[in-house]
Design a protein around this ligand. Structure first.
Ligand code: TLP
Length: 346
């Protein structure tokens, strides 16, 4: 079996999750009658400090239902050019919702330039322009390297949203990683946002799903959008049961993934061919580049695969290791050995 560091999405459910799935009490969730789904939604709302929450099939669906619930056709989604929503979700908000992406350049930790954000968020009384609809941030930020968006920065974005009367959405696919790294609660990190999307199937190791949380009125609109997208999932309690275990039991252990990522990153930094910004290695992702005169990402990925280690890239010159529930300390040792073989002595 290769050591699979391509993504934390490859995690398999824990034995406790499998038991909970097998024994879950079920009903038809389209009638709102699946007790396990209802329990997960109440738990997620409570943990995120919001009035209500909704189970969704994936992070992508969670972000899309949130954007559809927030903004009318023709409105702008203001977000970073390195965001997952913009890069990896097929432009769903444009395809399905008739929304327009207004991208801003992304800073080192996932922050967007405040002055440009303030100007993009302004409602302009001129028929040329699309009107602002929603602002999105991402925490942790995937393409920045699993970085945590600074809380004081988020407060400034909140102030802009308030000034313009705009909703603020968080792609919090990996929000539990940020909470564990900072030693704070999910609720604290979610507080400045009108809506939050959180994935159950990444580091938390559930097999499927995510949750979206926000006000009751927002969730009612998101619920309609979810049905439109084919996300009315009937006996979804089999999924929700694993999600409950994910939220109750799998958050604290993320610290182990962070320690593994840190070790990997520090060792990587010692190789002359590696370019890495160690300050961006804050959670479970390790994003780096190689000397382009000596490596293409494809050649490096293939060489590591031959050594039994899988990793991924972003389709440019960036490579990524993701640590997770399925990775042990011994796997990190073996990965470091593979790196020495492929990159030469550190
Ligand atoms: N990220 C995946 C890939 O899609 C790139 C990964 O391997 O990291 N928001 C963020 C920040 C994400 O990283 C992801 C998945 C999603 C949303 C979408 O979640 P899913 O895959 O459940 O639709």
């Amino acid at each position: 079996m290769p050591i699979d560091l391509r993504s934390d999405t490859v995690t398999l459910p824990s034995p406790e999750m499998r038991r909970a799935m097998a024994e879950a009490e079920l009903g038809d969730d389209v009638y709102g009658e699946d007790p396990t789904v209802n329990r997960l939604q109440e738990l997620a709302a409570e943990l995120l400090g919001k009035e209500a929450a909704l189970l969704v099939a994936s992070g992508t669906m969670g972000n899309l239902v949130a954007l559809l619930a927030h903004a009318p056709r023709g409105a702008k989604v203001i977000l970073g050019d390195e965001s997952h929503i913009f890069n990896y979700e097929q432009g769903g908000a444009a395809v399905v919702g008739g929304l327009v992406y207004h991208t801003l350049p992304t800073g080192r930790f996932g922050e967007l330039p405040l002055e440009r954000l303030a100007s993009a968020a302004q409602r302009v009384d001129d028929a040329h322009y699309a009107q602002p609809g929603v602002i999105c941030l991402e925490n942790t930020h995937n393409r920045c390297g699993g970085t945590i968006i600074p809380l004081d920065y988020v407060a400034q974005v909140r102030a802009i949203a308030d000034r313009e009367g705009l909703p603020l959405h968080l792609d919090g696919a990996r929000l539990p990683n940020a909470a564990v790294a900072l030693g704070c609660s999910l609720r604290e990190l979610a507080a400045p946002f009108d809506s939050v999307q959180l994935d159950l199937s990444k580091g938390l190791a559930a097999p499927v799903g995510g949750v979206v949380a926000g006000s009751r009125a927002f969730i009612a609109r998101a619920h309609r959008a979810r049905k439109l997208l084919g996300g009315g999932m009937r006996q979804a309690g089999v999924i929700a049961a694993a999600g409950i275990v994910a939220l109750e039991r799998m958050v604290d252990r993320l610290a182990e993934d962070h320690a593994h990522a840190r070790r990997l990153a520090e060792e990587l930094a010692a190789f002359p061919d590696v370019r890495i910004d160690l300050e961006t290695v804050q959670t479970n992702l390790v994003v780096f580049r190689l000397d382009p005169a000596r490596w293409t990402p494809q050649r490096f990925i293939a060489a590591m695969r031959e050594q039994g280690v899988l990793l991924g890239g972003f389709g440019d010159d960036r490579l990524r290791f993701a640590t997770h529930y399925g990775i042990t300390r011994a796997d990190i040792d073996a990965t470091l050995l593979a790196l020495r073989r492929v990159l030469g002595a550190a």
